[in-house]
Design a protein around this ligand. Sequence first.
Ligand SMILES: *[C@@H]1O[C@H](CO)[C@@H](O)[C@H](O)[C@H]1NC(C)=O
Ligand SMILES: *[C@@H]1O[C@H](CO)[C@@H](O)[C@H](O)[C@H]1NC(C)=O
Ligand SMILES: *[C@@H]1O[C@H](CO)[C@@H](O)[C@H](O)[C@H]1NC(C)=O
Ligand SMILES: *[C@@H]1O[C@H](CO)[C@@H](O)[C@H](O)[C@H]1NC(C)=O
Length: 487
Amino acid sequence: MASSAVVPSLLFCLVLLVSPYLAYSYPTSYTHGGKHYVLHSNSDPRQPGQTPTCSSVHSGRSSSDGVPVLHRLSPCSPLGGARNQEKATTTVADVLHRDALRLRSLRGEDNHGAPAPAPGPSAPGGGGVSIPVRGDPIEARPGAFEYHVVAGFGTPAQELTVGFDTYTSGATLLKCTPCAATEPCDQAFEPSASSSLAQVPCGSPDCPFHGCSGPSCTFSLGTNNTLLGNVTFVTDKLTLTSSATVENFRFACMEAGFRPRDNSTGILDLSRNSHSLASRASSSPGTVAFSYCLPSSPSTVGFLSLRAPKPELSGRKVSYTPLRSNPGNGNMYVVELVGVGLGGRDLSVPPTAFAGDTLVDLHTTFTYLRPEAYSVLRDNFRQWMTEYKPAPPLGVLDTCYNFTGRNFFSVPAITLKFNGGADVDMSMNGIMYFPDPGNHFSIACLAFAAAPTNAREAAVVGNRAQSSMEVVYDVRGGKVGFVPYRC
Ligand SMILES: *[C@@H]1O[C@H](CO)[C@@H](O)[C@H](O)[C@H]1NC(C)=O
Ligand SMILES: *[C@@H]1O[C@H](CO)[C@@H](O)[C@H](O)[C@H]1NC(C)=O
Ligand SMILES: *[C@@H]1O[C@H](CO)[C@@H](O)[C@H](O)[C@H]1NC(C)=O
Ligand SMILES: *[C@@H]1O[C@H](CO)[C@@H](O)[C@H](O)[C@H]1NC(C)=O
C-alpha cells in the first residue's frame, strides 16, 4: 500500500486520465485495480442547503434512448417531488420500510384476499392476471412507484405519469374517470375522450374475469363492506415516444374509488405476462423487448426504451444471463446468481447459497442475499475496510462507516456473477448507501443485507445495484443483459 502522501497525487493523475467518466459525478470517483476511489472535490456546483431544482437535474441520456425515467423524489417529477423537497431527503427508516414491504409483496404475503375469480389464459412463459378481489390493487403493490415515466394513452394521447414495474399482477392498472366525488380527478385517464378505445368483450380470451356480466370485461372491487369501484379491461393506443407506440394495448381501467397513493395514474406492466407491454413490444432481430437505465439519484434522469436496439449492435459491452423458466409465477423474470466477486477475487460462498431464483427488482432498494452468502460478503468487505471508522448499523444495513473529515476513501469493487458468465461490476452507488446523498464524506453503509430467512428466492438484486446500468430484457432471446455506466 502506498503511503497516504503519495496516494492523493497518484489519484489526481488517474482522475485526469479517466475524466470522461466523471461528467456527472460528484464527488469525484473512479475505479482502479479492484477498488472504487472517492475523492473530495472542491468543485461541487451545489451548495449546502440549496434546494435542487429541475433545471439542475443532469440528463445523461440522449433523446433517442427512450422515454425519460424520473425518481419519485426528482425535482422534475410531476408528482410533487419539487413541491415536497423537505420530504425529498427520505429517512433511512422510510427506505428500509419500503424495502420490507416490497420483499413481502415479492413473496406474495400481502395478498388481500384471493386473486381474481379465474386467471386469464396463460401464454407460454406468461402467467395469468391476479387482481385481488378485495381492496385497491394498486395499494396492494407497495413501493411500485419508485420510478416514473410519462406515457400517452389513447387518441389524442393523454399524457399521464405512471410507475413501471417488471413484477406486477400481470396487467397495466390505470386510474380512470369517473372518479369518486371526493377524489381529485386531474390525473385520471378519460376513456370517453379517446377515439381509439375499445372494450374487451366479457368472455373473450383477453378478459381475465370469468365472473363478469354484461357486454364488457368489468369486475366490481370492494373492501369487505364497501364497493370501491369497477375495473374494466379495455384496449387503446399507448405512446411512449413518437417512435415507440403500441396499438390496442390492453390495460385495466379502474374507476371511482382507486387512488394511487402518490398522485400517479397507475402502473405500466412490463412483466412476463402475455399481455404486458414487454410482450406487446414485438421485437425484431436487432432489438430487445425493452430496456431501462435507472437514475442513480433523484437529481439525474434515466430512460425506459421500448424495442431498444441490442447494445452489442451499437458497440456496447453487454453481459447476458439466461432467463430461467418460472413455473411458480410466470409473470416474473428470474435469473440465477452464481457468485460474488470482491476486489477482483471470487468470494468462497457455498454454491447452495445461490441455488434457485434471483430477482432483478426495480423497486427494492438494496441487494438481499441468503444469510450464508451475505455473511461471507460482509466479513470479507469488513477486512478490506479496517482502516476506516465503523459507524452504528442502520436497520438491516449492518456494515457502516463514518467518512467524516476524510479527503478520500476507497471500497473494494463488487462484482455480481450471473449464470452464463455475466460478470456485472457495480458502481459506487450500488456498493454503498449514503443516507445523505449529497455528502459522501459522512456515513456510508454497504448496500447489501441478509434476506429474510423465509425468502423464497436466493437473491433480490435491488435498484441501487442497477444504478447507472442499462438493463436489457431480451424476452424473445430468453436473456437479460447489463450494460455498465450507461446513464
Ligand atoms: C399530490 O397532489 C396534491 C395536490 O396536487 C399535493 O398536495 C400532494 O402533496 C401530492 N402528494 C404527493 C405525495 O406528491
Ligand atoms: C376484511 O375481512 C377480513 C377477513 O374477514 C379481515 O381480516 C379484514 O380485517 C377485513 N378488512 C376490513 C377493512 O374490514
Ligand atoms: C359497476 O358495475 C356494475 C355491474 O356491472 C354496475 O351495475 C355499476 O353501475 C358499475 N358502477 C359504475 C360506477 O360504473
Ligand atoms: C462521524 O464522525 C464525526 C467526526 O469524527 C462525528 O462528529 C460524528 O458524530 C460521527 N457520526 C456518527 C453517526 O457516528
